[in-house]
Design a protein around this ligand. Structure first.
Ligand code: BES
Ligand code: MN
Length: 455
């Protein structure tokens, strides 16, 4: 392993340059105007997979963005590791808050800054390079390798779900290696064993069939913004619980052991609040911060539009207002059932004076990866070697919708070996990725292949 790790170390600067090329490609999956960037990015990944020594590389078109697949199966009798990553990124708005343009990566303060630097290009790129390093040094990787990179993770992975069902034979593997989560803290190697699910909805409220003068009509007809705000305000009770009927049905109680494990991680509410620039934290009564983040379902308004929002003033009663509302889900909650409950609840909260339309945008299931599998142990050992510290096991508040399908369809445990930090500003302006984590991530990836080949 020494030669492989040594090779990775001496090539760090080259890898960073290649990562910057990757980051320059604007691959925002949710915006139709970025279709060219998406195609270019898929081609970039496929090129890198070929350079890394994959003997078969294919770009599979889908109803949405392409899926990139690569494989090297030169180790019959040895296990197969499937590396999953996503090359799509989140939108960059508000653009004016970026210090550097989001698709012009710069290296500064020991970090690489760009949209996708952490989520997920910086994190997935380490696996391509670690596999390549085996070919360049010891001749070949110690296990069979498959790569599966999609362009729709940030929009719910719908087409990848279908692909997985259709291509079970192609994607057959013994474990799925994923770096798309956070480390518990800087310097602390982390394996994540639980992710929340997601249900993303849109609520549109319409009052009059056109915008109206707020003086001539105000007071006599409903204002959709006022009504939408009232509806949203009724979605939580005074204890921070979501008011949708059956929302908590089936939600598991935390075991004593898990509670104790969380406590041992010693999160300081005070520091957490300080980091975020808030005076006090807020959430569901009766739960600690880590419990709220990792094990409890939530509901949040992610965006709201309506009426006049430009500079200056306009006296208007808008015809429409719209809100994007999403729910983070935990094991045993069923996204599709909850979509129905949500719709019913919103309708029940709406006055007759407005018309309300509720739409489902996308959803993903929550997941728990059983602890103790060979793959998870190999992951924990590999991360510990790379970071020279004992690995901790965490759950996460974020979602990676396809992980459940890896478990259900491929029947392979997912090793969530996160290299990001919660302070990396993912989905936010000034996203970045610590170079230290890029470097150690390369080593962790190489150690994983080695550890797993022996298990
Ligand atoms: N990498 C994140 C998920 C993540 C972030 C997990 C931080 C744990 C810690 C992923 O790219 C993501 O953002 N997923 C979306 C999925 C959704 C759009 C279906 C999410 O969680 O919002
Ligand atoms: Mn993301």
């Amino acid at each position: 392993m020494e030669s492989v790790v040594g090779y990775l170390k001496s090539n760090l600067d080259n890898y960073l340059e290649e990562l910057k090329d990757y980051l320059r490609i604007p691959s925002i999956s949710t915006l139709a105007s970025y279709k060219v960037g998406m195609t270019q990015c898929a081609e970039f990944v496929s090129r890198k997979l070929k350079e890394a020594g994959m003997t078969r590389v294919e770009i599979f078109p889908t109803a949405g963005h392409p899926i990139v697949y690569g494989e090297w199966l030169g180790k019959p009798g040895k296990p197969t590791v499937l590396v999953y990553g996503h090359y799509d990124v989140q939108p960059v708005d508000p653009l004016n808050l970026w210090t550097n343009p989001p698709f012009e990566p710069v290296i500064q303060d020991g970090k690489v800054w760009a949209r996708g630097a952490n989520d997920n290009k910086g994190q997935n790129f380490v696996h391509i390079k670690s596999v390549e390093a085996f070919f360049k040094t010891v001749g070949e990787p110690p296990v069979n390798v498959k790569f599966l990179f999609e362009g729709e993770e940030e929009i719910g992975s719908t087409n990848l779900g279908t692909f997985l069902k259709e291509k079970q034979e192609l994607l057959k593997c013994d474990t799925v290696l994923i770096s798309d989560t956070s480390m518990y803290a800087r310097g602390i190697p982390t394996i994540t064993y639980g992710l929340r699910g997601l249900l993303y909805m849109e609520v549109e409220v319409t009052a009059a069939d056109r915008d109206l003068h707020s003086g001539s009509f105000g007071g006599a007809v409903a204002n959709p913004i006022n009504e939408l705000a009232k509806i949203i305000s009724k979605l939580h009770d005074k204890n921070g619980k979501v008011t949708i009927p059956n929302f908590y049905k089936g939600v598991l109680q935390l075991s004593k052991e898990e509670k104790e494990n969380f406590r041992r991680l010693k999160l300081s509410d005070k520091e957490y609040a300080k980091d975020l620039g808030v005076k006090e934290l807020q959430g569901e009564k009766g739960f600690t911060t880590l419990e709220r983040l990792w094990t409890r379902p939530t509901l949040d308004c992610n965006g709201i539009i309506g009426g006049f929002t430009d500079k200056g003033a306009k006296t208007v009663l808008p015809s429409k207002a719209m809100a994007k509302i999403s729910m983070r889900l935990v094991p045993k909650q069923e996204p599709l059932k909850l979509a129905k409950e949500f719709t019913k609840h919103i309708k029940a909260l709406s006055p007759k004076s407005v018309k309300v339309e509720v739409r489902t945008i996308h959803y993903g299931y929550p997941v728990i990866v059983p602890l103790g599998s060979k793959a998870l142990v190999a992951g924990a050992n590999a991360a510990a070697k790379a970071f020279d510290k004992e690995t901790v096991f965490t759950r996460e508040g974020g979602s990676i919708p396809i992980v459940v399908d890896f478990m259900r369809i491929l029947k392979a445990p997912a090793v969530l070996m996160g290299l990001g930090l919660d302070s990396d500003n993912i989905h936010s302006p000034n996203e970045h990725f610590l170079l230290e984590n890029f470097e150690k991530g390369l080593y962790a990836s190489a150690y994983f292949l080695d550890e797993f080949s022996k298990s």
